[in-house]
Design a protein around this ligand. Structure first.
Ligand code: ZN
Ligand code: ZN
Ligand code: FE
Length: 745
């Protein structure tokens, strides 16, 4: 008889893979064993029908599993009675298996939770092998109950019986429990519903941290939340009761609807349908972020009559990470929340809700976090064990080994001790889970980033090398990696973003980089302007507008920033621009958007990063206008995009009273035209077939779509992001690849 040893790798633990293998073997009358180890699942099978077994291993795998590889070797047959699930093997060495992400409650559990006759009727922590928390409750590998937050909840006899039964949906389901033995809420569901329905702000402990929740249609409570969170105009996401409600507040197409309902349950950004709601939760914007209930508690709240549209925003103090512990929430959210709904299942690691948005027909992550992390990402080359710390804004870290990287959850802006602490913790957790002993630490090249300083300290402590990677090179590498572009195959990257430290010490952000993971050549860029105050100008588009006017040789005259700015500020600004003191040259396209927004009087100051650009995009959406032109020139072998044409056009349009939507659209399409022209200029001298669009500016759907269209018409293959965000949330993946290609250490 035939006997095979089978090795399955991928996300195959904590997803019901062993009972699935057990059932499959029994079905086919095969004998053998199955078990978990740090590399995934090992199987030995014996009998006829092994081929069918191997085929169905892939096709019939459980819903939460991702099978990456199946390796089969023939071995000697042996005497044995049946098929057995054997104990997990604990071994040393790096782990190649991955913990699954947290997953929305499944349909089976939901049905049980709503069934009066079921023993888990109304239980807010119902879960099974196919659903529930994973990443946020794991403390280590192997993935067994003892290594999760559930270790604190010994199973009752009924739960224990299910847990031990390979035929049960709860066989070795680590989060399983019931009202008799499992986690509990600190408030009853009707009490929470009552609080939400009477205009209170409720801090609700969830899967990856606390949410601050309130009735999104109650304008008073929403503005109270906004004030207490000191949030300015920054948009709030909403959770809606069901798909029809989602459709009543947002313009969703079938792809949006599909993504909304995936087990990851991200926030989907879509056009708003409800003007009044929009004004309350996302003023000045035309998009709203919507998500569906994902934790059993969310369903219980809506079932019990909670308002059908709830603001559900991260329970944090502005700029700090989301709260995960009861005492921490009580301390930090007092004064924001009126009521606290805690639970006693420990959250091991915070994980914010993920955000995705359709850009030109492609689902693009804006924030890759709960539901996606820690899914492994394949690398285009083998890398030594390493960690990469990302950038500063919207940071995410990564650990990597061989051909795989694991990107961390969204950490936030690493500008204070709290977020730096979270960065350290995320790196520690990921390297523990994957058992990675780093031999190299990679960071951004910006000397002012806290993450870079920490990387240097970490490397020094361990006596391992610290490598820095140029910001925009990392952006391009992240895009190439997610498209599996082989190392050494050159791509022309159009890297547009807000801020990144250039190799010449100036602020870059409008770059044409030609190359691959190993190296890039800067073949073009936006013509630099002098920016008074450097990075600090990010908060004041009005000042950036003045700087751009100065660079374009235009008079301040009666321009919008000229009128809006304080006289003293203006005098200071002009002095700085004339003398060049405290000015940094920048090629940033993010700042170009700021300048145009200010000149069109859309915005002179912002409450959150990229606000002016987001509002300008919203104005341009769906509007057709004759593109504003601006020169593209070749100078000393570099292609230079000169922004002065757009600056002049913005001033004249504003003076002439052209509708701002028209101007916004004309700027977007003009910029896209310049991108196509600049790429063509590069391609005249160099071999360019593929163009990659990356950097935070390409989160702009209007600009992205116009660039993709123009470049395709010009005959280029175009790459855009679909796995990691185009913003700095994707940087760590690129850092890993650049370091890997450098052959370090
Ligand atoms: Zn389930
Ligand atoms: Zn129980
Ligand atoms: Fe960036």
């Amino acid at each position: 008889m035939r006997r095979c040893a089978v090795r399955v790798t991928g996300t195959v633990q904590g997803v019901g893979f062993r009972p699935f293998v057990f059932g499959l073997a029994e079905d086919l009358g095969l004998s053998g064993i199955v078990g978990n180890d740090v590399h995934g699942v090992f199987i030995e099978v014996q009998g006829d029908g092994i081929d069918q077994f191997l085929r169905r291993l892939r096709t019939d795998a459980p819903p939460m599993a991702t099978v990456e590889r199946i390796d089969v070797t023939e071995i000697d047959e042996r005497e044995e009675a049946g098929f057995l699930i054997v104990a997990s093997e604990v071994a040393d060495g790096a782990a190649s298996t991955s913990i699954p992400p947290d997953t929305a409650v499944c349909a089976d559990c939901l049905a049980e939770m709503r069934d009066r006759a079921d023993r888990r009727f109304g239980y807010p922590f119902i879960a099974c092998t196919n659903c529930g928390p994973r990443f946020t409750m794991v403390v280590g590998l192997p993935y067994d109950r003892a290594n999760t937050s559930m270790a604190a909840f010994p199973l009752c006899p009924l739960c224990e019986a299910e847990y031990r039964d390979p035929r049960s949906r709860r066989y070795h389901a680590q989060p399983t429990a019931c009202a008799d033995c499992g986690p509990q809420l600190s408030m009853s569901v009707p009490e929470v519903v009552e609080a939400l329905s009477t205009g209170r702000i409720v801090a609700i402990k969830g899967v990856g941290g606390y949410h601050l929740a309130c009735d999104a249609r109650d304008e008073q409570v929403v503005s109270r939340l906004r004030e207490r969170k000191a949030r300015g105009d920054k948009p709030f996401a909403v959770m809606v009761a069901d798909l029809p409600t989602a459709n009543s507040v947002a313009r969703l197409d079938p792809d949006d609807e599909r993504v909304l309902q995936t087990p990851a349950r991200p926030i989907v950004l879509a056009g708003s349908r409800d003007q009044r709601l929009q004004e309350a939760i996302a003023p000045g914007n035309r998009f709203i972020g919507v998500m569906l209930p994902y934790a059993p508690l969310h369903h219980l709240l809506f079932d019990a009559g909670a308002p059908p549209v709830l603001v559900m925003t991260s329970g944090n103090v502005s700029d700090e990470p989301i709260c995960i512990a009861v005492d921490e929430a009580e301390q930090r959210l007092t004064g924001i929340a009126d009521v606290f709904c805690h639970h006693n299942r420990v959250i091991q690691v915070s994980c914010d809700d993920s955000v995705v948005r359709q850009v030109d027909g492609v689902m693009q992550p804006v924030r890759r976090s709960r539901g996606y992390v820690p899914q492994p990402l394949s690398l285009p080359m083998a890398v030594p064990p390493m960690i990469a710390v990302g950038g500063e804004i919207k940071a995410a870290a990564a650990v990597a080994h061989r051909h795989t990287a694991w990107l961390s959850q969204h950490i936030g802006d690493v500008e204070n001790l709290e977020t730096l602490q979270m960065l350290r913790r995320s790196v520690a957790i990921l390297s523990d889970l994957q058992r990675i002993e780093p031999e190299l630490v990679v960071s951004d090249a910006h000397p002012g980033y806290l993450s870079r300083r920490w990387a240097a300290e970490f490397a020094a402590e361990r006596g391992i090398p610290h490598m820095t990677v140029q910001h925009h090179h990392a952006h391009l590498a992240s895009l190439l990696a997610e498209h599996a572009v082989p190392a050494g195959e050159p791509v022309l990257g159009v890297v547009f973003d807000g801020t990144g430290y250039g190799t010449d010490g100036t602020i870059w952000g409008g770059e044409l980089l030609l190359g691959s993971y190993g190296s890039v050549e800067r073949v073009g860029h936006l013509r630099p302007i002098s920016l008074p105050g450097g990075d600090a100008a990010v908060r004041y588009p009005g000042r950036v507008g003045v700087a751009h006017l100065h660079a374009a040789g235009l008079d301040l005259g009666d321009s919008a920033p000229g009128r809006a700015l304080d006289r003293g500020d203006l005098r200071l600004l002009k002095g700085m621009l004339r003398s060049g003191s405290h000015c940094t040259p920048t090629t940033s396209v993010g700042r170009l958007f700021d300048a145009v927004a200010a000149l069109l009087d859309v915005r002179q100051a912002v409450d959150y990063e990229a606000q002016a650009a987001i509002e300008l995009e919203a104005l341009a959406e769906g509007v057709t206008a004759t593109p504003w032109t601006s020169p593209v020139e070749v100078d000393g072998g570099e292609v230079i995009i000169d922004p002065s044409g757009w600056i002049g056009a913005a001033v004249s349009a504003h003076r002439a009273g052209v509708p701002v939507e028209q101007s916004a659209a004309a700027f977007h399409s003009g910029l896209a035209d310049a991108v196509v022209e600049a790429v063509r200029e590069v391609a005249r001298e160099r071999l360019v077939t593929t163009v990659g669009l990356t950097g935070g500016v390409f989160a702009n759907a209007v600009l992205s779509a116009a660039c993709v269209r123009g470049l395709r018409e010009a005959g280029f293959t175009v790459l855009t992001h679909r796995v990691v965000p185009p913003n700095d949330g994707g940087l760590a993946l690129g850092q890993v690849c650049v370091a890997g290609a450098a052959g370090h250490p």
